[in-house]
Design a protein around this ligand. Sequence first.
Ligand SMILES: C[S@@+](CC[C@H](N)C(=O)[O-])C[C@H]1O[C@@H](n2cnc3c(N)ncnc32)[C@H](O)[C@@H]1O
Length: 190
Amino acid sequence: MTLEDRRDEEPDVYQPAEDSHLLAEAACDRLEGTEVVLEVGTGSGYVAEQIADETGARVVASDLNPHAVRQARTEGVEAVRADLVSPFRDGSFDAVAFNPPYLPTDPENEWDDWMEHALSGGEDGRAVIDPFLAHVGRVLAPDGVVYLLVSSLTGVDEVVEEAGEHGFSAVAVADEPFPFETLTVLELLR
Ligand SMILES: C[S@@+](CC[C@H](N)C(=O)[O-])C[C@H]1O[C@@H](n2cnc3c(N)ncnc32)[C@H](O)[C@@H]1O
């Protein structure tokens, strides 16, 4: 099935794009395959599937969007409907990957559907990233790692600063420029 077919069939689910590919590649390059990995906001399940297939790691996934959970499960991903990391036990994951909704959105222009949840990061682009940074440390093993995709539109320095507030140091491990933004994958370690 082509991506266009998928978009027609699952109009409420974010289908893999440049950001998905960049995150999947960065995580696959760095994971050894022995880890237990959580992908937050799995959408179609593409990133989780790539990590599992390419590294052999055990991967579970979450998404707020029930249509996404259904599609990810269809692709063979062990996915649960959840807000960020809320249902998972303390210290359960060696690695967490997240391609969050990161586009700054004028509140006047927000549209109330599942694609808004996939794309909109609220007024400053960090409305989902900030709570993620506040809570992800709880579910990480002591030497666990986070791979977080951010955009220049979101403010990479602001995300790095917020991560620091929660005890993480950040290194950019992948970058890709586009005409209107640069995408970056941050590796966060404590
Ligand atoms: C940019 S899309 C990324 C989808 C997929 N991971 C990919 O890279 O193709 C962001 C995803 O995060 C999900 N999401 C948004 N807010 C969430 C939350 N609070 N908890 C879990 N998932 C959330 C959206 O439903 C959407 O599937």
